[in-house]
Design a protein around this ligand. Sequence first.
Ligand code: PLP
Length: 395
Amino acid sequence: MYSMSRYAPSANVSELRESATIAVSTRAKALRAAGRPVIDLGAGEPDFPTPACIMEAAHRALDSGYTRYTQVEGIAPLREVIAKRATALRGTAIDPADVVVSTGTKQALFNACFSLFGAGDEVLVPTPGWTSYYQMLALARATPVAVVGSRHRQLKVTPDDLIRAATPRTRGVILNSPCNPTGAVYSRDELSAIVALAAEHGWWVVSDEIYRAISYDGPAASLLAVAGDWPRVVVVDGLAKTFAMTGWRIGWSIAPRALSASMTALQSHTTSNATTLSQYAAIAALTMPEAEQASRSMVAEFARRRDRALAELKSAGVEVLEPQGAFYLFIRVAEASSADPDPGTRFAHTLLEEFEVAVVPGVAFGTPEWIRLSYAAPIEGVLEGVRRVIQARIS
Ligand code: PLP
């Protein structure tokens, strides 16, 4: 009989852990299915429908019979639209040949990490950082080096922090602004200083800009606009968050030509092209004013929730970072100690099992004293969830 006990993981995946963010929402869904009224604030996806004009474009693509393979790197009109937007950001022309469309930003990041870094390489990861960076680098057999930023700087890192963690093996740094999980946004000057450091040491900079449009003081600075002449830059972005399109799986990279060719070759052996229908829908997302308008309204609603939730937390004296972007509140729940090295997980467990609120423990992002609460959920649930966090901290 076929039995799981016969399976021994290969060296490729033996150290791999399931994404903690997905694990939490799986548990929350299981509790809900068992009839428990769980408020799920663990999710990393907008609670809005995809704008209607994007859906209509997908219907039109289906009616036109666009159901076959496309070029691995994506259909030409989509790459042109992406290149045009990137050109507007950088101020100098970006060729569509430098764009590779992938199955979500996740794949664009994986393509970049796998193509740039390998055994013996160290890559600096500002921490807290999105959980998959560390695992993707490990899959590429590179070593992720967590660099924790200061609390008084919203946990953002500076060139000094990075240089202290660097060694002769350092090959790159992964940036993410606005940041998941903190919502912190790096200013243009802060990004420029990091690029200058990378240029001095010959490092690659991978900039994950998936939350760039979800930023409360206007769009966050893009590395495209600040990288200047430094060519070792990969910018990845996607539609999931900006246009509430998590399930459509469209992301892309903008990178120097040779690297783009390498990432295309890699993708040709893994998933081939991103879903054809989604690529056509993506053109609508990136060109139709209605889509832009829907995205702006969503961001305005996130801002409203952020303000209300922050006010509750602050009036209760909870230490919380004030997010300028994305849709997460990063809350400090305890000091890590030798007695309890992972207080965030203990807190998140109690919060879910006793207070019926799902959040993600900070250990998933490399900072175990914190939890991440998503306000991509109806405002009543967010505020009730916040009140229960306050209660759970006291009890
Ligand atoms: N990068 C960050 C920082 C994210 O938070 C996420 C999704 O949660 C992704 C990348 C992956 O995005 P996609 O759904 O486009 O693969």
